[in-house]
Design a protein around this ligand. Structure first.
Ligand SMILES: CSCCC(=O)/C(O)=C/O
Ligand SMILES: [Fe+2]
Length: 174
């Protein structure tokens, strides 16, 4: 994984690195509730899934060659992922192939960009504002873990008076 502040340069395609040169440590990610693990084996993933009581999973394959409905459908899907949003559940993603960016807001609302590669596992806390995009390589396959039934419900920003958002802010003491 690479983690750094986004350069906020809107003139450059959002799938490019957008690396401002300001690195972000795993500790800083922890301060906003984001946890990172390098999982060399499937057993490492299973340990985390068991510890956190995750019972379900699926594999998402985002690549133009294989996506049902083709490149247009993939673009539509990716547009939704790139809209700034939060979830009412924690989000765990483990990269199997390819690469992708998860951008998360820090305590001052700046974008931290994480660039994930195979073997990287990221846990986003419920209530954090974030977005996802493919990189310029345009392909990723990831394992998605779910506590209960597989679902993806995004609440797009702004989300006002939301208990998950409020308890998240309390947990990071903002
Ligand atoms: C590579 S996982 C696809 C993106 C996703 O699952 C998500 O929840 C984005 O917020
Ligand atoms: Fe999300």
């Amino acid at each position: 994984m690479l983690a750094y502040y986004h350069d906020d340069d809107l003139s450059v395609d959002f799938r490019e690195d957008h690396n401002s040169g300001e690195e972000v440590s795993i500790e800083t990610l922890k301060e906003v509730g984001v946890l990172y693990f390098k999982c060399g084996t499937q057993d490492d993933v299973e340990t985390i899934a068991t510890e956190r009581e995750y019972k379900n999973r699926d594999i998402i394959d985002l690549s133009a060659a294989t996506f049902p409905g083709g490149p247009e459908a993939l673009n539509e899907k990716c547009k939704n992922f790139y809209l700034e949003h939060l979830h009412e559940d924690e989000e765990i993603r483990y990269i199997l192939e390819g690469e992708g960016y998860f951008d998360v807001r820090d305590k001052s609302d700046r974008w931290i960009r994480t660039k994930l590669f195979p073997g990287d596992l990221l846990i986003l806390p419920a209530g954090i504002y974030h977005r996802f995009t493919l990189t310029s390589k345009a392909s990723v396959k990831a394992l998605r873990l779910f506590k209960d039934e597989p679902k993806w419900i995004a609440l797009n920003r702004p989300v006002d008076a939301n208990p998950t958002r409020e308890s998240y802010l309390k947990s990071i003491e903002v």
